[in-house]
Design a protein around this ligand. Structure first.
Ligand SMILES: Cc1ncc(COP(=O)(O)O)c(C=O)c1O
Length: 363
């Protein structure tokens, strides 16, 4: 089969290894702990689970393609208008829709720093786009480098804050510098998938109102703090003109009815989100303390994961952790050869992870 050269060169997205796959491969007894995809270790809200059960009997009907009730409730919560919001089958899908809608010419350029959320790259490559990929500076987005590389061919700028996989934030003033440098024909995509964790920190500023600048979209998701990753639902907030264009390209029933109703119910369970993010903060402190004790360097994170440096081949440590039933992520594929990323789990999961790591490192 003939495919374009840029498709030939693509490598499929590699997510965190699913628990069942590891069970099959290694025949491991006992509980497998997955700390690899920044999911909510408490699971979804009980209210969401109830809504999912209730919705099941009605799945013979197509979903509301406009997500009317969810859109109105979320708009109320965020203090924006419903026409400022679009939902996607995960924020992943919104990234793809953004490319399809706003980066349609052969010579369009896309600017971001790397390592970052790898879908900006994979989707861009799948459309054959010119990717202007700049290195992070001290594990953070290098805003001066981004500003230097914005040209009249730049169509999209991705800013990931907190950045996956490093956990670092981008200051609001730096984001404003980027927005102000971009013309009205360049969309600045602020990906805040980990917003609910980050906003707990004193020095993390609200960014949502930046959508009013007109050339900005803010992406968030129900996959992380809301615990609905398996249902695939995320959202974007932007000027109605941006939303309107995206809606022309969006598949009509991209967000299923179970996801819509679960997200509606999850929005009602503020306590669940609060418990999730407060515990993640506490558990992160535990990981920092243990890393300090064993002399492991790490990057302070505004999200629910921590990037750490084992000072040796990360793939090998990753494989040894798998043997002990613990799934994390090796960052060697991102060029960080001695780094791994661990998602913050429940107390006993983090303890098991630390014990296993100490055992492997002989410390
Ligand atoms: C920075 C970032 N953006 C977007 C996503 C995609 O999230 P969703 O599950 O909403 O597609 C992720 C998932 O890991 C992420 O880390």
């Amino acid at each position: 089969m003939r495919v374009a050269e840029y498709i030939e060169k693509l490598k499929p997205y590699e997510g965190g290894k699913p628990i069942d796959e590891l069970k099959r491969q290694l025949n491991i007894e006992g509980e497998i702990i997955k700390l690899a995809s920044n999911e909510n270790p408490f699971g979804p809200s009980e209210k969401a689970v109830e809504a999912i059960k209730k919705t099941a009997a009605g799945v013979n009907y197509y979903p509301d393609g406009d997500s009317y009730y969810l859109k109105h409730k979320l708009a109320d919560r965020l203090g924006v208008n419903p026409d400022n919001i679009i939902f996607g089958n995960g924020s992943d899908e919104l990234i793809e829709l953004i490319y399809r809608t706003f980066a349609t010419s052969y010579d369009d350029e896309i600017v971001y720093c790397y390592p970052t959320f790898v879908e900006y790259k994979i989707i861009g490559l799948s459309f054959g786009k010119k990717l202007v990929e700049l290195p992070l500076k001290d594990f953070s987005y290098d805003i001066d480098a981004i500003l230097e590389h914005i040209t009249d061919r730049t169509r999209l700028v991705f800013l990931n804050t907190p950045n996956n996989p490093t956990g670092t934030k981008i200051d609001r003033s730096d984001i404003e510098r980027v927005i102000d440098k971009c013309s009205n024909d360049t969309l600045v995509v602020i990906d805040e998938a980990y917003y609910e964790y980050a906003i707990l920190e004193d020095d993390y500023s609200e960014l949502l109102d930046l959508y009013k600048k007109g050339n900005v979209i803010i992406l968030r998701t129900f996959s992380k703090a809301y615990g609905l990753a398996g249902l695939r639902i995320g959202y974007g907030v932007a000027h109605p003109e941006i939303i309107n264009y995206l809606n022309r390209v969006r598949p009509p029933f991209n967000v299923n009815i179970v996801a819509q109703n679960a997200a509606l119910a999850a929005l009602d369970d503020i306590e669940h989100v609060k418990k999730t993010v407060l515990d993640a903060k506490k558990q992160k402190e535990y990981l920092y303390t243990e890393f300090d004790k064993i002399g492991i360097k790490y990057v302070k994170s505004y999200a629910n994961f921590v990037l750490f440096d084992v000072g040796q081949d990360a793939d090998e440590i990753y494989r040894k952790l798998l043997q002990k039933g613990i799934i994390v992520r090796s960052m060697s594929g991102y060029g960080l050869k001695s780094f791994l990323r661990v998602s913050v789990g429940l107390d006993y999961q983090n303890r098991r992870f630390i014990e296993a790591l100490k055992d492997i490192l002989n410390v």
